[in-house]
Design a protein around this ligand. Structure first.
Ligand code: AMP
Length: 397
């Protein structure tokens, strides 16, 4: 079965088509600036030249129309007709407490996702637009929702409840949800395969370190804690997000700067993290090169990031009562050997020893710990699209 995977943002849309009989990626693409001047689609049939088309796209339905044209294009396409697409898998950010696994989308599912929009106002509306556009353009084709929050639904109450008045959980479902679940799920399953072990026998700490970053403690296949919370603003420092801060800072800064709490929150989301601290960039490569050239604030930004990641690693070692594996994934985790080495430095007392030669890798699966490290440390490129396609094929097939 061929599965179309859709990851819809407010003005962009990423897609892939996979042949699930052998899990082969057939094509991938990106539509940008939907509803804005300068809309374009970049389409790549695997093994062929990329093709770029600039054309106005007023809305997501028009964008999906251009994706479908690209998929059946005689030169760049991968199917003779859209009838060959057996199902569509949609990435959806927030499913609240409703879904702990992926589900086939029906009217009830859409209604439940709509009820979660005020929990993820930037993401869920776009995800729902993408689902509706596909339903209109591909009538009768089954659709599956794969949720960033789902994998973390196994967290116990003591991990997901905030110590605030219980009525706010009851009234508004204010609690910790966690995000990047599809990535944490993929790499934890994959590391078990690479170790030749059953995930139900393993204690794993997964570190998804990209522009957005989160860690998860996975006990015998089940998440028992993760660093993000009610929203993806929580946890470690990120590219532009602050991660955890004392909430009193918001009202203090609002009063002293003459700004609203919303404006401060916007700064915590978009102007903080390594960008806010360094004043250089939100991109770890830029900050690292500035630090190497002697930029003191860039160095401090890196130090804060490392400190925060280490703090979670330490906490998760305790919560899991030890760990069998640590996995690094996403842009920084997969590519940045210096950052991995710094995060894992001075962890010998916990049985973590990085091998400098093995750690000299980028963007591929590799064991980077020494043979006598009691905790295996791995880099594993994440593959959320493959996970979405697998769930879709399984539920529909
Ligand atoms: P992601 O959000 O997973 O795409 O990750 C984006 C982040 O990964 C950016 O901050 C990049 O600077 C970082 N990144 C990508 N490649 C490298 C690299 N070779 N070395 C350091 N950081 C990298």
């Amino acid at each position: 079965m061929k599965v179309l995977v859709i990851n819809c943002g407010s003005s962009s849309l990423k897609y892939q088509v996979l042949e699930m009989d052998n899990e082969e990626l057939l094509c991938k693409g990106l539509v940008e600036r939907i509803g804005i001047e300068g809309s374009q689609i970049k389409h790549e049939k695997i093994g062929a030249e990329k093709f770029v088309l600039q054309t106005p796209m007023k809305n997501h339905k028009e964008a999906i129309g251009h994706v479908m044209d690209a998929l059946v294009d005689p030169e760049h396409g991968v199917v003779a007709s859209m009838k060959e697409i057996g199902a569509v898998g949609h990435r959806v950010v927030h499913a609240g407490e409703k879904y702990a696994t992926s589900v086939v989308i029906d009217d009830d599912v859409i209604k439940a996702l709509e009820e979660c929009t005020d929990l993820a106002p930037l993401h869920n509306p776009a995800n729902i637009l993408g689902i509706r556009a596909c339903q209109e353009m591909m009538p009768g084709v089954p659709m599956v929702g794969v949720f960033d929050t789902a994998f973390h639904q196994t967290m116990p109450k003591e991990a997901y409840l905030y110590p605030i008045p219980y009525k706010y959980y009851e009234k508004y479902r204010v609690r910790r949800y966690g995000f990047h679940g599809t990535s944490h799920r993929y790499v934890s399953k994959r590391v078990a395969e690479l170790m030749g072990r059953d995930i139900r026998d393993l204690k794993i700490i997964t570190c998804h370190l990209g522009n957005g970053a989160s860690l998860a403690a996975i006990d015998h296949g089940q998440v028992i804690d993760t660093s993000m919370g009610f929203t993806p603003l929580a946890g470690v420092a990120m590219g532009t997000r602050s991660g955890n801060i004392d909430p009193s800072i918001i009202t203090y800064l609002a009063a002293h700067e003459g700004k609203s709490a919303d404006q401060i929150l916007n700064e915590l989301n978009k102007g903080s993290g390594i960008q806010g601290l360094s004043g250089v960039s939100s991109d770890f490569r830029d900050v690292e090169s500035a630090a190497n050239q002697g930029n003191e604030r860039a160095r401090i930004a890196e130090d804060v990031f490392v400190h925060r990641v280490k703090s979670y690693l330490g906490a998760y070692f305790l919560l899991l009562n030890g760990a069998d594996a640590i996995v690094f994934t996403a842009g920084v985790g997969e590519n940045d050997k210096a950052m991995r080495a710094r995060i894992c430095s001075r962890m010998e007392s916990l049985g973590v020893k990085i091998c400098p030669e093995r750690n000299d890798v980028r963007g591929r699966e590799a064991l980077i710990s020494t043979d006598d490290s009691t905790v295996q440390v791995w880099t594993i490129p994440t593959n959320e699209e493959l996970t979405i396609a697998r769930d879709t094929a399984e539920l529909v097939g």
